[in-house]
Design a protein around this ligand. Structure first.
Ligand code: PAF
Length: 312
């Protein structure tokens, strides 16, 4: 029997998944609004491929009966994930495995707590961006890790990792997904808010002008990571290891516009709540300093609040 995958959220990763899984599985790509069936993918080698994808709106889905999917992949932004699941929860059995692809650490613990079926979390460094309603560019290959927060669904994570690997993702099932999500969040917290506030590409953070701010953010983040039991990266120690990782990512992505900067430029809500929120909450819980992180959160919140003001 062909495995069926529903992909909820036709953003860059959602469409990349749909293109990759479609040749080998039954894929349904679901969005709030209608999407063209003919979709284009530009591969990292620059090749253009088109595929007819099975696209549905949430409303269409609700008005018809469907065979239950083997997996639902939620590929929305972090703050939209719970509402997205809610929007289809009536049309799938509550035992359906969910796969959460969000940044940060907001949707993952919440959905793990409330959804009766298995909840897997995925973290990926695949690079992709949209080029309008019918195109996605797979900009760079990366690695994908899959696991669940309570380590209860190892076999399911393994099965999905194998399927995704056959589909062209380098996917591995892991038993430390919580650490991996927090590690990514640490890097995101050090890069995303700063570049979004200053309107610069990631590589600018190498400049001396930003050194003090990066150091101050990493100092707070490193202490929070320690309190959360997240090991410093690459076998290193404390703050220095976290700073080295941040600078390595800045170097590797020097030419990128980080996702939060893209959101600010497009006047979309950012993922600050999913990235800075859990860090601030953890610092409060453990009695650690978080003044620098709070200031970043306030500044981004002010920027977002200004979207509507300057539009009127
Ligand atoms: O959010 C992003 O854009 C990326 O996670 C990162 C690491 C900041 C690189 O751009």
């Amino acid at each position: 029997m062909t495995t069926s995958h529903w992909i909820l959220g036709p953003g860059a990763i959602g469409r990349l998944l749909a293109h990759s899984l479609s040749p080998m599985a039954a894929v349904t790509l679901i969005g709030r609004r209608a999407l063209a069936e003919q979709q284009w993918l530009t591969t990292p080698e620059g090749e253009q491929k088109s595929q007819l994808l099975n696209t549905f709106t949430v409303a269409q889905l609700a008005s018809e009966t469907h065979a239950p999917p083997a997996f639902v992949h939620i590929t929305t932004k972090a703050m939209a994930a719970e509402a997205a699941l809610e929007s289809i929860s009536e049309v799938i059995p509550s035992t359906t495995p969910q796969v959460l692809w969000q940044n940060g650490f907001l949707a993952q613990p919440r959905i793990t707590q409330v959804w009766p079926g298995p909840v897997l979390c995925a973290t990926t460094s695949e690079g992709a961006y949209l080029t309008g309603d019918d195109g996605v560019v797979h900009a760079g290959r990366g690695a994908t890790f899959i696991g669940d927060l309570n380590n209860q669904h190892g076999a399911l994570a393994e099965a999905l990792a194998q399927t995704l690997t056959q589909a062209g993702f380098a996917a591995t099932a892991v038993d430390d997904i919580r650490s991996r999500l927090w590690q990514k969040l640490a890097v995101n917290a050090a890069i995303n808010p700063l570049v979004a506030l200053h309107g610069v590409r990631n590589g600018e953070l190498r400049e001396a002008a930003y050194a003090g701010r990066v150091k101050a953010i990493v100092k707070e983040v490193a202490a929070i990571m320690q309190a959360e039991g997240i090991q410093p990266p690459n076998g290193g120690h404390g703050e220095d290891a976290w700073r080295a990782l941040v600078l390595q990512v800045v170097e590797n992505t020097a030419n990128n516009k980080a996702s939060m900067l893209q959101d600010v430029e497009a006047r979309r809500p950012t993922e600050r709540e999913a990235i800075l929120g859990p860090l601030i909450e953890s610092a409060q819980h453990h009695g650690l300093p978080y003044g620098v992180l709070q200031a970043l959160d306030d500044d981004i919140a002010a920027l977002e609040a200004g979207y509507s003001e300057s539009a009127t």
